[in-house]
Design a protein around this ligand. Sequence first.
Ligand code: EZ4
Ligand code: CO
Length: 405
Amino acid sequence: MKRDIIESAEVIVCSPGRNFVTVKITTKAGYIGYGDATLNGRELAVAAYLEHYLCPLLEGRSVFQTEDIWNYFYKGAYWRKGPVTMTAIGAIDMALWDLKGKILETPVYNLLGGKSRSKMLTYTHANGKNLEDTLKRVEELKKASFEAIRVQCGIPGIEKAYGIGEKGIYEPAIKGNKPFEESWSTPKYLNFIPSVFEEVRKEFGEDLHLLHDSHHRLTPTEAARLAKDLEPYHLFWLEDVTPAEHQESFAQIKQKSVTPLAVGEVFNTIHDAHHLISNQSIDYIRMTVSHGGGITPMLKIAHFAEPYHIKTGCHGPSDISPIALAACLHVDTAINNFGIQEYMGYSETTEEAFPHEYYFENGHLHLTEAPGLGVDFNETFARKFEYEKAYLPINRLEDGTMFNW
Ligand code: EZ4
Ligand code: CO
């Protein structure tokens, strides 16, 4: 029996710690590969796309044909791109790479170029309600060995700003039948944020890598002001300064400031970023391996970015499962132009549902020699937690105008 021929592909929707959509592909010889199809707040749309349209076409295909299968789904749908489509394709792609590694008894990174490094510089989030709280969290994360920290802070006068967690845990999707409403004032934000970084540098010195996420809220002019105001604090990067659909915006910002720019967590194909890369308007490309169509396209994007001096900084929120995080880490390990890996961490329930080989130590994520992606799925345990609808928040200006979240 040929070990690489697919017998079946199944979609599992459940909520071990939070909602996750997992693809399980089984070969006729009994090998099992896993992919992550979680798209925060839109999970069932991806599950339906997979169940009705992609999974039934996999039976009889060879898991080694990642390039042909990816294009079969991408070109073959006629309707291209979009987060739902690309997350669905991405989950299958990831599961196929997992299977290739398991069948060949080697970690996936060995199939992508081999080991380019032994560990991945990793950043996590400090989300304080106020300055004091933020400084405290930076201190805690430094003690926990992080060398790179994304610093967010509650803004005086804004009741519910982006990225601020209760008791240290930040989870943007909230269970219920309607999105939670946040509010926003760009002037208040711009007037306050530089003072946060001034304080963080004063307290912790120059050696810590500091990052910040504006979460798509500024115009190019406002973004340039912030980037310039933050220059004295030498950020590792400033993330998502403008809504990223408009690629030309970034060239304007780049001309006005030397603060490094990162973007890409909502991109789903190279066509969202090709001008950004070829015009050298950004410093880091941040696509999510799962939402960007999987390992196959992420590898191409990283290679495309390399001659333009652009490094990767893959999105690694807690709303992609450990399977997708592992997929990031295998790409990170294999490419030359790796920059940094985001890592928000998971609840104990999520950890139990997805036992994994990767581990965090001394500010870095590490992979082992385990075959495939090195993440298992404890299906019986995970299925005990039923899916519950949860939405990402929406965001309004203080006068009620709908704004970018
Ligand atoms: O808002 O993953 O950099 N990280 C982020 C995340 C995203 C969420 C959306 O589901 O911006 O927190
Ligand atoms: Co972000």
